[in-house]
Design a protein around this ligand. Structure first.
Ligand code: CA
Length: 343
């Protein structure tokens, strides 16, 4: 029987020269909604440091992202379910940064969809098409200068576009165009199918080259990948190969793992996202895709707040940790919950 220990409420703010600068750039619009962008990102050395990150969207009444300074944010630790007794845990905010994937307000996103056979039952109603459409419309509302390309993997063999890459590993459904070209982009989404295996990392490997070969000055570049499975068809190309290439090209990978994490392990995908500077989100089922694509669209086009936090002492592996983050802006306060299991 695990013992539930209620931790103390701690508001920790460490001001450095860096965060002082952010003091002056904190938003003033009233915050109407606070939303996590993706899952809690657990630091690679958590067992020694207790470090974890939250990616946070603070939204005003018009869904504009508010940039937050350290003094506008507080962390609340609700409970730690652990085997250790009589331990008092604390959570502090180490740093707050604003991540801006676009450049000069312009982003170019390669949407990479998993068209493997299992999508037939994991997303039978093709909600990934609707969520991708909403994502494109969200970007269009923000700026007609954004660009999107639609790609998938595992749909079919062949090389329709003659780029020497078999469509099974990377199919170009709609190459990068302005988001104003909704006809082309939506038609590409309608052609998404569900057929083969999961060459996830080989597909990312090819798409990274494609994005890199088409880098445009004045744009931020990113990949947004959706998959319902662990890679099983990439041969020598591993998640490490993908991470190395993405870092070389400085192209962050934002990743959505579709499926119940009791049955499927997205740890590796999460690692790809966090190490390439992107964000990982888990969609427990296809119904969650709309909200996640919406959050990704807001974050990619407008930016998001990254809260570097630390829990002390470091809870034992397997401990479940629950808390909330609270933000104040423009005289309003909003909060949202977070939780994770200590690795
Ligand atoms: Ca091809």
């Amino acid at each position: 029987m695990k013992k539930l220990i209620i931790g103390v409420v701690v508001v920790g703010l460490f001001f450095t020269a860096c965060t002082k600068e952010e003091e002056t750039t904190g938003g003033t619009a009233p915050v109407e909604e606070l939303r996590l962008l993706g899952s809690v990102s657990i630091g690679p050395d958590f067992q020694n440091t207790g470090d974890f990150d939250l990616n946070l969207l603070a939204l005003d009444a018009n869904d504009n992202v508010i940039q937050l300074s350290g003094s506008q944010i507080s962390m609340i630790l609700d409970s730690v379910a652990t085997t250790t007794k009589d331990t008092t845990y604390q959570v502090i905010v180490r740093d707050v940064t604003f991540v801006q994937p676009s450049t000069g307000g312009k982003i170019k996103v390669g949407i990479l969809l998993d068209s493997s056979g299992s999508m037939d039952w994991n997303d039978p109603n093709y909600l990934r098409r609707d969520a991708s459409r909403d994502f494109i419309e969200l970007l269009l509302q923000n700026s007609a200068s954004h660009k999107v390309g639609i790609f998938d993997f595992a749909a079919r063999y062949g090389d329709v576009n003659g780029d020497s890459i078999d469509d099974y590993y990377l199919r170009v459904l709609q190459d990068f165009v302005y988001v104003t070209d909704t006809a082309g982009l939506f038609a590409a989404l309608d052609s998404v199918t569900a057929y083969g295996g999961t060459p996830l990392y080989l597909s990312l490997w090819y798409l990274l080259d494609h994005v890199h070969d088409n880098i445009e000055a004045g744009y931020g570049h990113a990949i947004l990948v959706l998959t319902d499975g662990e890679d099983n068809e990439s041969g020598d190309i591993t998640s490490d190969s993908v991470i190395t290439k993405a870092l070389n090209y400085q192209i962050p990978i934002y990743a959505i793992g579709l499926g119940d994490t009791s049955y499927i392990d997205f740890t590796e995908l999460q690692r790809v996202a966090s190490l390439t500077g992107g964000v990982y989100a888990n969609a427990a089922d296809a119904n969650a895709l709309t909200q996640i694509f919406n959050s990704m669209g807001l974050g990619l086009s407008q930016g998001y707040n990254r809260i570097a936090a630390r829990i002390t002492p470091v809870p034992p592996s397997g401990s479940r940790i629950w808390g909330r983050v609270r933000a104040t802006s423009g005289g309003k306060t909003a909060e949202t919950g977070w939780s994770f299991t200590a690795p």
